[in-house]
Design a protein around this ligand. Structure first.
Ligand SMILES: Nc1nc2c(c(=O)[nH]1)N[C@H]1C(S)=C(S)[C@@H](COP(=O)(O)OP(=O)(O)OC[C@H]3O[C@@H](n4cnc5c(=O)[nH]c(N)nc54)[C@H](O)[C@@H]3O)O[C@H]1N2
Ligand SMILES: Nc1nc2c(c(=O)[nH]1)N[C@H]1C(S)=C(S)[C@@H](COP(=O)(O)OP(=O)(O)OC[C@H]3O[C@@H](n4cnc5c(=O)[nH]c(N)nc54)[C@H](O)[C@@H]3O)O[C@H]1N2
Ligand SMILES: [Mo]
Length: 665
């Protein structure tokens, strides 16, 4: 690449999807800045983005393909790409001969890189014909279903419009940590006099900025939303006529609130005093326009779906959602409007097996273990750190044992990669082309290839192309992946005439000059469903035993899940667990600050250092993700949880606390 300034896009699973200006000199990335042409980030990055040079040139990055014999031993040997392809292709073909199909081969891929060209992994497996396929979304599916039930579609208002709101109510999101660029629109609104309300069990960095903070018991937002709605109706400050005209279920909804919602009882369930409910009801009833944000944090428990649906109903009732500055925020799924040619690629037809075998991502290990005829034997892991991020880790260990070949493609030797037979080094976004659409703002941006590969790293798309070639050399016609297509061809296919019209571009070249925005959809013409069936379950209480604690482990400012731990500008390597507990809980167990403690449940025990957080509710403990001893070892799928088609209920595990025991080894 010639020296100069180019455009990249941060591919991380994050609200920002930031457009980056990359300064390249002598084939090296010397600096990055935000892209001033991006109307959401307005030329800023987050700390992780600014640390890109350390992320790219990190000595801990994987440099070559490696093989570990035996698995788990740490005995890694460098191998060539050629050897790696031969081993993997050989195994795929052997399993096919053994079982008569490719169902024994599957993958687990999630959110390491959200670029459209990273569907190459899906495309590569589709090209084999029927295989074992992960479906669903452990992060956001429960909320998506709830939004769909309320509105018949899933949309989210334009986040830049939040600056025009006079009231912003955030339920279970922590943008000061997870969505830093959004804060400037919130501050802009507040400078003009808007009120900010934050509803969260934790007194977060966002809550610190609020005019009104309601500390709520986890999983009880549905009750609170019901109580606020009831108070507003009683005060007569709603537009009845609009409700009758624009909604479905207005009568039933009112009846339900009238008969089932008792304020004293709600106060007991939620922990929110009636006085605070009245204050929020007054704000919601009087201040317009109002923006309501149902955060992803809410739907990480099995009560999350009905909480989001109750918040939706309240938002509909308190303001027309299409007025400027008003609106309902969750996240959007604009990416589904793209052709997604790689993900949708049709593979060869199998004579007797019509489809791939689908496994819900939220319960992958448990469900995959149950597969027989044939069992799962080969697992390809890409863009995914299972061992730090998923639940049901005992089942994962069992599944690993059953697998004959595990291949992990990653930038780093993660805890998951350490469980593999073969690791393949992935390229960073600076070493590959891509196209990106966000899930929060409405900007489309390009990612240019600006650097030569770091040692032997390759993009997921390039790996798909080369592995396909090897498969077909060994067994002609085995895969129908169109490996001759270059990245730019795939980018052009994603930019269909309809997509180009929506984003106002004539071709990908326009994106080289800056990102382009689409006008956000609103739902003014649709009938809102105020009372989807989901809400009838609202009144199921949550019986939490005394001396038990709900384990919350939300996102951290300087990491994306398990990523960036080795970037020293941001952190100091893997840290020990810090376990935050309330003053009451500390007293109950006679635990002092900075002493060693354990939290435990039927899955096991995790040691950490106690930090007493006087703002925490009594029944909550707070921990970070990843680190040296991942907290997800205590997170598991409860037997009574709906097992399919939901998010993973990461914030629903219950733990107990004890003083740390010295281990004698
Ligand atoms: N810095 C950084 N940013 C990130 C990420 C990251 O790892 N690091 N990850 C990205 C991804 S993938 C995601 S999904 C988003 C998530 O970002 P957010 O939408 O902010 O969601 P969470 O961080 O899961 O949780 C937000 C808050 O919900 C609260 N909460 C938990 N249970 C309840 C409840 O029952 N009711 C209420 N009212 N609140 C509750 C938690 O205490 C937490 O403060 O962040 C994205 N942005
Ligand atoms: N306890 C707890 N657990 C959680 C959550 C929680 O709140 N609490 N949040 C959940 C949520 S919201 C989410 S979204 C998930 C995230 O789950 P994951 O998507 O598994 O999370 P990451 O840690 O970001 O792991 C992504 C991996 O992809 C790698 N990677 C990056 N770029 C590429 C690439 O181009 N190619 C390949 N092949 N690999 C790449 C990274 O190095 C990293 O190892 O975690 C979930 N887990
Ligand atoms: Mo997520």
């Amino acid at each position: 690449m010639k020296d100069g300034i180019y455009r990249n896009t941060c591919p991380r699973n994050c609200y920002g999807s930031c457009s980056i200006l990359s300064y390249v000199k002598n084939d090296r990335l010397v600096k990055v800045t935000g892209d001033p042409k991006h109307g959401f980030t307005k030329g800023r990055l987050c700390a992780k983005g600014y640390a890109s040079t350390q992320f790219v040139y990190n000595p801990q990055r994987l440099k070559y393909p490696m093989r570990q014999i035996p698995r788990g031993s740490g005995n890694w040997q460098r191998i060539s790409w050629d050897e790696a392809y031969t081993i993997i292709a050989g195994k795929i073909i052997e399993l096919n001969q053994r079982y008569g199909s490719n169902l024994a081969c599957g993958y687990n891929k999630f959110s390491g890189n959200l670029g459209l060209l990273h569907y190459a992994v899906e495309g590569m497996f589709n090209s084999l014909g029927p295989h074992t396929k992960p479906i669903g979304n452990p992060c956001a599916l429960t909320g998506k279903h709830a939004v769909n039930q309320s509105f018949g579609d899933h949309y989210s208002a334009d986040p830049e419009e939040m600056a025009r709101a006079n009231l912003i109510v955030i339920w279970g999101s922590n943008p000061a940590v997870t969505n830093v660029h959004q804060m400037k629109f919130i501050y802009e609104a507040r400078r003009k006099g808007a009120k900010l309300v934050v509803i969260d069990p934790i007194f977060t960095r966002t809550a610190e900025k609020a005019d009104l903070y309601l500390q709520i018991n986890p999983g009880t937002d549905g009750w609170l939303a019901g109580a606020i709605a009831k108070l507003i109706i009683e005060k007569g400050i709603i537009d009845e006529e609009a409700m009758v005209k624009q909604t479905i279920g207005w009568e039933e909804y009112q009846q339900f609130l009238h008969q089932q919602i008792n304020l004293a009882h709600v106060a007991e369930q939620t922990g929110v005093p009636i006085k605070a409910m009245v204050e929020l009801a007054e704000l919601y009833g009087k201040v317009k326009p109002a923006a309501t944000w149902a955060g992803l944090g809410i739907q990480r428990s099995d009560r999350g779906g009905r909480s989001i649906s109750a918040i939706n109903s309240l938002a509909v009732m308190t303001g027309m959602l299409s007025d400027p500055g008003s609106g309902l925020y969750y996240m959007h799924f604009e990416i589904e409007h793209f052709p997604q040619r790689l993900a949708c690629h049709d593979g060869p037809v199998h004579p007797t097996i019509p489809h791939s075998r689908e496994v819900d991502m939220s319960h992958f290990s448990k469900n995959a273990l149950a597969l027989t005829d044939p069992p799962l034997k080969l697992l390809w892991v890409a863009s995914r750190n299972i061992v730090t991020q998923d639940q049901n880790l005992h089942s994962w260990q069992q599944l690993f044992q059953q697998l004959e070949l595990i291949v992990t493609v990653d930038l780093y030797l993660t805890k998951t990669a350490k469980q593999a037979d073969i690791v393949l080094p992935a390229a960073t976004h600076f070493e590959e082309e891509d196209l990106h659409v966000g899930y929060w703002h409405y900007w489309l941006s390009i990612n240019q290839k600006v650097l030569p590969p770091y040692y032997e790293a390759k993009s997921d798309l390039q790996i798909a192309r080369e592995l396909t070639r090897r498969l077909n050399e060994l067994s002609p016609g085995f895969s129908n992946f169109p490996y001759e297509k270059e990245p730019i061809d795939w980018i052009k296919t994603e930019l269909s005439p309809e997509i180009m019209r929506q984003y106002g571009i004539n071709g990908y070249e326009d994106l080289l000059d800056g990102p382009h925005k689409k006008v956000a959809q609103t739902h003014s013409l649709k009938k809102y469903n105020l009372f989807p069936a989901i809400e009838t379950n609202l009144l199921q209480g949550d019986q939490q035993q005394p001396f038990t604690y709900r384990l919350l482990s939300p996102q951290s400012l300087l990491k994306i899940h398990s990523q960036y731990e080795c970037v020293s500008w941001l952190t100091y390597g893997e840290t020990d667990n810090i376990i935050e507990l309330s003053t009451m809980a500390a007293n109950e167990h006679e635990i002092n600050e900075n002493t060693k403690i354990e939290i435990y449940n039927e899955q096991g025990a995790i040691t950490g250092v106690a930090k007493i957080n006087p703002t925490l509710p009594r029944n909550v403990v707070l921990a970070s993700q990843a680190g040296s001893n991942p907290i997800n070892q205590l997170i598991f799928q409860k037997e009574d949880h709906d097992a399919n088609g939901s998010s993973t209920f990461f914030y629903d595990s219950i733990v107990k606390i004890r003083k740390g025991r010295d281990t004698h080894g």
